[in-house]
Design a binder for this molecule. Structure first.
Ligand SMILES: [Zn+2]
Length: 101
């Protein structure tokens, strides 16, 4: 995978170098030690049980649009993983047609 195309450090503005770090060429800043670890998204999911039933949601987007899955989503930048799980579970419960009295 190709490293990011930016040339200057996003933290201090110094020109970036490209150095082998943890066995990969990575953009890094000699001035402030910034390392560009890559662009990625972190996903979370959770299982909600009630008695002998499990909450499933229908995927709205590809991959797997229309298939059933456990609720989940992405972790926002700076968000704690457990907070992302709670946010996604709450969203799934509020948006879902799953109701039981
Ligand atoms: Zn820097």
């Amino acid at each position: 995978m190709q490293s990011a195309n930016f040339l200057f450090c996003p933290q201090c503005g110094s020109p970036l170098s490209e150095t082998a770090i943890t066995n990969r060429l990575r953009k890094n800043c000699p001035a402030c030690s910034f390392i560009h670890w890559g662009e990625f998204s972190l996903g979370v999911g959770g299982v909600i049980w009630k008695k002998d039933k499990v909450l499933l949601v229908e995927r709205a987007n590809d991959p797997g649009k229309g298939l059933w899955t456990i609720p989940g989503g992405y972790v926002d930048h700076g968000e704690q993983i457990h907070e992302a799980v709670k946010r996604e579970m709450l969203g799934a419960c509020c948006k879902s047609s799953f109701t039981e009295s």
